[in-house]
Ligand binder design. Structure first.
Ligand SMILES: [Zn+2]
Length: 232
């Protein structure tokens, strides 16, 4: 059966519109996929930063604790020496050193307390954050896997449609096909239907005379947007 050239051409145009819709869907899925991937990297970076912050605070706590131990050792050494001094001058001087050390120790104790409380708050905050982020991560990972599967299927469908397109294209008259191919390089829908006696792309009205010709399956150029018009 030899297909009517008009029907074959319109069939190709309609087919292309469906193919284009699939390609657009593919692009939007890819952009969704990229968005999820950047969310996941952001979560990953947050975790790394939080761990580093915690480790830094822990280091400060450890350092201050070492300083306190050192102060304790110095104090007990000086208090021990207090019993061994021979002169009141020596005693006074040692007593003064002890007072300074005690003041330093009180300061260090206060600082340690503040630091511990900051460290604990940080830990608690991190635990909460980690909990909510792990839910967020799991949701994102599931969504990403689903998207990847949909994309694989979609790409197969597009590939199959592109192979079938070659056959459809071969059935169309050379002159129309060439003009269509050329216009396709500039505009994505160069062939549009006439709806309600006007171009369905730019709504330019079609004259009665042109409508009559279109009804006889002639292809005309739209006077508004220069697309090829057809009437079904
Ligand atoms: Zn138009």
């Amino acid at each position: 059966m030899v297909e009517n050239p008009f029907t074959a051409f319109i069939d190709l145009v309609t087919y292309d519109a469906a193919l284009r819709a699939l390609q657009q869907k593919r692009l939007s899925l890819i952009s969704e996929q990229n968005h999820i991937q950047s969310t996941l990297s952001l979560l990953e970076r947050n975790t790394v930063l939080a761990k580093a912050r915690s480790a830094d605070l822990r280091k400060e706590v450890d350092k201050l604790e070492r300083e306190l131990h050192e102060l304790d050792a110095q104090l007990s050494d000086k208090q021990h020496r207090l019993n061994l001094v021979n002169t009141p001058k020596e005693y006074m001087s040692l007593q003064q050193e002890i007072e300074i050390l005690e003041q330093n120790k009180r300061n260090a104790d206060d600082a340690l307390l503040t630091l511990w409380s900051a460290f604990e708050q940080q830990q608690e905050f991190d635990q909460q954050r980690e909990k909510s982020e792990s839910i967020e991560r799991a949701v994102a990972e599931t969504k990403l896997r689903e998207l990847q599967q949909i994309l694989v299927d979609l790409e197969q469908e597009i590939e199959k449609k592109q192979r079938l397109r070659v056959e459809k294209e071969a059935k169309t008259p050379d002159a129309w096909r060439e003009k269509y191919a050329m216009m396709l390089t500039r505009i994505e829908n160069p062939v549009v239907s006439v709806e309600n006696a006007s171009c369905s792309a730019c709504f330019y009205p079609i004259s009665q005379q042109d409508l009559a010709a279109l009804m006889r399956h002639k292809l005309l150029e739209c006077k508004g947007c220069y697309r090829i018009l057809y009437y079904l």
